[in-house]
Write a protein that binds this ligand. Structure first.
Ligand SMILES: Nc1ncnc2c1ncn2[C@@H]1O[C@H](COP(=O)(O)OP(=O)(O)OP(=O)(O)O)[C@@H](O)[C@H]1O
Length: 231
C-alpha cells in the first residue's frame, strides 16, 4: 500500500463534526505527526484509519481498496499502539511476542520474537513476567507486539508519553526503521518533547478541521511555533 487518501472526509456524532471535510494523504515511508488540542479530532482520525468506524461523508482509499474492502480484508495490515497495551501480564515478554507471532502466522515465531526482543533492548528481561516490567519496558514490548507482522500501516496513539530516555530512544529507532521499510506511520502526540524533526510531515487539527499541513523545513518550524503557543 503506497498511499492512504482522504477526500473531504467528515465524521459526525450527534450533529457534532468530530472531523470536518478533511482532505489529506499519508504516504509509504513517511512518518506523519498529528497534532491538535483536546477534542480536535485526532482520535477520530485514527479510528477511521483503523477502519473501526466509517466516515459519515467523503471517501478514504487505502491504496487500491476503498474503505469497505480494506475494513473486511485489510485489517491485518494495521499495527496499532494505543493506551491498551494488549499484552498478557502473566506471560513473559518472550511468550507475549511468540503468541502474537503465531497468531499472525509468522513462520519462525521464536526467532522473530528473539529478534524483536533484541531490537527493543529487552533480551535480559525476556523471560520475566510482563507484570513486573516498568512502564517503558511494557511500552517497548507493546511496540514490538504491534509491529511484529510488519503492517503496512502503523498507527501510534501517544506512544511516547511518560517514557524514560532509553525507551524513547528505542522507540525513535523503531519508528525510523518502520519508515525506511516503507511503512506508513501516523502518530498522535501531545508530548512536546517529541522532536518535530523526527517527522516527515506534520498535520494540525483544530475543532475537526485540518488547519495546517506541511512537510518542508519551514513548515516544521511553524508547527514548532504552534506547539509552543498552544502548550
Ligand atoms: N463516540 C463519540 N460520540 C460522540 N462524540 C464524540 C465521539 N467521539 C468523539 N466525539 C467528539 O468529537 C470531537 C473530537 O474528539 P476526538 O476524541 O477525536 O478528539 P482528540 O483530538 O482525540 O481529543 P483528545 O486529545 O482530548 O483525546 C470531540 O468533541 C468529542 O467529544
Amino acid at each position: 500500500m503506497k498511499t492512504i487518501r482522504l477526500d473531504n472526509v467528515s465524521k459526525v456524532y450527534q450533529r457534532h463534526f468530530a472531523l470536518h471535510r478533511v482532505t489529506t494523504e499519508f504516504n509509504a515511508g513517511q512518518l506523519t505527526l498529528v497534532l491538535g488540542g483536546n477534542g480536535a479530532g485526532k482520535t477520530t482520525l485514527m479510528n477511521l484509519l483503523a477502519t473501526l468506524e466509517p466516515p459519515s461523508d467523503g471517501s478514504i482509499r487505502f491504496g487500491d481498496w476503498d474503505f469497505e474492502t480494506f475494513s473486511r480484508r485489510g485489517r491485518r495490515n494495521i499495527g496499532w499502539v494505543s493506551h491498551d497495551s494488549l499484552l498478557y501480564p502473566e506471560l513473559s515478554g518472550r511468550e507475549n511476542l511468540e503468541f502474537y507471532a503465531k497468531m499472525y502466522g509468522i513462520k519462525n515465531p521464536s526467532k522473530t520474537a528473539q529478534d524483536w526482543l533484541e531490537r527493543i533492548e529487552l533480551s535480559a528481561a525476556a523471560d520475566k513476567r510482563v507484570r513486573t516490567y516498568s512502564r517503558g519496558m511494557k511500552q517497548r514490548l507493546s511496540i514490538a507486539r504491534a509491529l511484529i507482522h510488519r503492517p503496512a500501516l502503523v498507527l501510534l496513539d501517544e506512544p511516547m508519553t511518560g517514557l524514560d530516555h532509553r525507551s524513547k530512544d528505542v522507540m525513535l529507532r523503531i519508528f525510523d526503521e518502520a519508515r525506511s521499510q516503507g511503512q506508513i506511520v501516523v502518530m498522535i502526540t501531545h508530548d512536546f518533547s517529541v522532536p518535530i524533526s523526527m517527522a516527515d510531515r506534520v498535520i494540525i487539527l483544530d475543532q475537526g478541521k485540518l488547519v495546517f499541513h506541511d512537510s518542508t523545513h519551514e513548515g516544521m518550524n511553524l508547527a514548532d511555533l504552534y506547539l509552543e503557543k498552544t502548550s
